[in-house]
Design a protein around this ligand. Sequence first.
Ligand SMILES: NC(=O)c1ccc[n+]([C@@H]2O[C@H](COP(=O)([O-])OP(=O)(O)OC[C@H]3O[C@@H](n4cnc5c(N)ncnc54)[C@H](O)[C@@H]3O)[C@@H](O)[C@H]2O)c1
Length: 394
Amino acid sequence: MSEKLKVAIIGCGARGKLSFGAMLKDREDCEVTALHDTNIVRLKHMSGYLGGRTYTNLDEMLDKEELDCAIITTPDAEHERCAVKALDHGVNVLIDKPLATTAKGCQNVIDAMKRSGKTAMIGFNLRHNPVLKKMKEIIDEGVLGKIFLIENREFYDGGRTYMSRWNGVKSYSGGLWNHKGSHDFDIFNWYLGFPKPVKVACFAAMNVFRPENIPFKLEKDIPVGPGCSCCYYGKNGICKDAHPEKGEMWNEEAVREDGYRKDSCMYMSDLSTHDNGFAIVEYANGAKACHMECFVCGFSERIYTIAGDRATAQMSLHKRTIRITDRWTKETVTYELPEAQGGHGGADPLLLESFIRAVKGETENLSTLEQGMLSTSIAEAAERSRELGQVIKL
Ligand SMILES: NC(=O)c1ccc[n+]([C@@H]2O[C@H](COP(=O)([O-])OP(=O)(O)OC[C@H]3O[C@@H](n4cnc5c(N)ncnc54)[C@H](O)[C@@H]3O)[C@@H](O)[C@H]2O)c1
C-alpha cells in the first residue's frame, strides 16, 4: 500500500462531494486519484474541486487505476454493482448506507468481499454520532439492564430530500424504509447486540405529497414542475414548498445529461413509497423496536425512548441530551453532549476515520456488511408488510 492511500469516489453528487470529497481534501493520508460518475457535468465539477482523473465508465477506471480504496456514493440501487466490481478488482470499499436495495443484493456484496479478502464497510455514520455513541456506552455498562423496548420518532422537515429526487423512488432506493430507515433499524440492532429479527410489521402511506393535495389552485393549462427552478408556481412565489436547485452540479446543463432533477415537484412523488409511517420489529430475544418517520413537518428531531428492566433512557439527538431514570429510586441523570464538528452531528469524519484505520489494519471494521444486510432485510420486510397488509416473518 502506498504512503498516501489512493482513493476513488464513485458517484460524485451531494454526498460524494460535500461529505466525503470535502473531508478527503483535508486529509494528509489520502489522495483522491480517480472519480467516476455517469453525469459528465458533475464529474467535471468534482474534478475541478478535488482533482483526480475522471471516468464515466467504472470498468475503465478500475482497470487503469491502482486504487487502495473506493467510496461509493451513487444512488442506492447502484451500490451492489459498484461494490462488487471494486472488490473484484481488489479495492477496499466504504459503501454509504444502505448496503443494497435487497437482502439478496447485500449477500452478493458480502460474497465479493469474501472472495477479495478486502475491507468493506457500510457507512452507518449514525453510530459515530456522539449522542448515539454515548447511549451505546451507557447500554454496554449495563445501566439500563436488559432492554426490552425501543421507540424512535424521527421528524424531518427536509421532506424534499426524499420526495424531490431518486431517493423516494423504489427502484432507485428500495423504498424509504431502506433508504432512510436502514439507519434507524441498524441503531436498534446495534443497541440490542444484534439479536435475530423475527417479525416485522409496518403501517405507512403517502398521505400528503400526492397530486390531489397540491395546496394552491392550478391555473388553466399550467401544470406544476417538472422542477421548482422552472415551475411557474415556484417562480412566482405561489408554492410554499418550492426549493429551486441552481448549483453547478444540478443546473439545466446537468439535467440535460441524464434527466436527473433534484428539485422535482414533491406532490408528484412515487406513491409506492411513504411520507410517514411506523415500522415495528420483534426480535428473537423478545425485544421490540418501533421506528416512526414523518417527512411532513415544520421541524427536525430524532427522539428515542429505551426501556430496560433497571432504567429507562430518553434521548434527543437535536438537543444532544440523554436522560436516564432509575426504575426504583426514580433518580434521573442527565447528559448534555457538546456540539461536534462535521456532518451529521460530527459523525461523518469519524466514519471516514474508522474506515481509513480499518483499511490500514489499525482497527477492526466497526460496521460490517453482515450488519448492513440485517438492516436492509428488516427494511425489505417492512416494505412487504405495507404491500401485503401482513406481519412478515423473517
Ligand atoms: N449516511 C448518510 O447520512 C447519507 C446521507 C445522504 C446520502 N447518503 C447516501 O449516499 C448516496 C448518495 O446520495 P446523494 O444524496 O449524494 O445522491 P446524489 O443524487 O446527490 O448523488 C449521486 C451521484 O451518483 C451519480 N450516479 C447515478 N448513477 C450512477 C451510476 N450508475 N454510476 C456512477 N454514478 C452514478 C449521479 O449522477 C450523482 O452525481 C446514497 O446511497 C444515499 O443513500 C447517505
